[in-house]
Each structure stands twice: as structure tokens, then as C-alpha cells.
Design a protein. Structure first.
Length: 139
């Protein structure tokens, strides 16, 4: 086994439809590890979810919150809602958010990631169907 190589990884961030291509890997005493700064793949996936207009279900909310490094309380506070509301969303991983909640979350996350979005409501809503696969280039 070489000291450095690249691999394709799927399901790495808890969203099974995300596939990372060409992920830099390296050998360690504990086995292979990703050779990127911590959080790099999470931010890449979060940006893709926003830009590709993936519909938000509980699993996307949980992933995005964690990718931003926010607790339930802080995430909810930034949105002006209770942490219980965010907890309920996350406990229903396959249930789609109400359109108003989705627009608010998409706008907030985009702002946190420095992504410009259209101000049109229809452009802030995600697509109705979950993608079968979202391929992202890690390097």
C-alpha cells in the first residue's frame, strides 16, 4: 500500500446519495485516513446541497447543522425557532420540511457558507425528489 492515494467514498457524511470522488488518503498507524483539513468534505457537501437545491428532510437538516458546527440550540436560535422544532425535524429523517421552513434554513445556511441565492421563493425551494446520487470532486 502506498503512503498516499485517492479513493471514491460514498455515505461518508451520513447522506447515502453523496459520493466523493478522488478523496486524498494517507496511511496511518490506525489504517487509512482522509488527507484533508477536517470539515472540508462536509463543507463541500453542504454547498452542493444548497446549490443543487436538494429538498430538505430531517437528515439534511441534521447534516447541515453539524456541518456548520452548531448545536440544536444555536441553530434554532439563528432561525428564531425553538430547539424542539429542530429536534422534531431531525427525528423524522425522511420527512420533507414545510416550504417556509425550508426557505428559511436554505437562506441561513447559504449565508453561513457565503453562497449567493436568488431572492425568488421558487428558487429557494428544493427539488421534490431525493437524488439517487450526487457526485462531488474532493480534489
Amino acid at each position: 500500500m502506498k503512503n498516499r492515494w485517492k479513493e471514491d467514498l460514498k455515505g461518508l457524511v451520513g447522506l447515502n446519495y453523496i459520493v466523493f470522488k478522488n478523496v486524498p488518503m494517507k496511511k496511518s498507524d490506525h489504517g487509512p485516513i482522509i488527507d484533508l483539513e477536517p470539515g472540508t468534505l462536509e463543507k463541500l457537501a453542504a454547498k452542493a446541497i444548497i446549490e443543487k437545491r436538494i429538498g430538505f428532510r430531517g437528515k439534511e437538516i441534521k447534516f447541515l447543522r453539524k456541518a456548520l458546527g452548531l448545536s440544536l440550540e444555536k441553530f434554532a436560535g439563528k432561525l428564531g425557532i425553538t430547539s424542539g422544532a429542530v429536534f422534531k425535524w431531525e427525528q423524522k429523517p425522511d420527512e420533507r420540511l414545510h416550504p417556509m421552513n425550508e426557505v428559511a434554513v436554505r437562506s441561513f445556511v447559504a449565508e453561513q457558507l457565503g453562497i449567493e441565492l436568488s431572492g425568488q421563493f421558487s428558487q429557494l425551494l428544493g427539488n421534490d425528489t431525493e437524488p439517487k446520487e450526487l457526485v462531488l470532486q474532493a480534489s
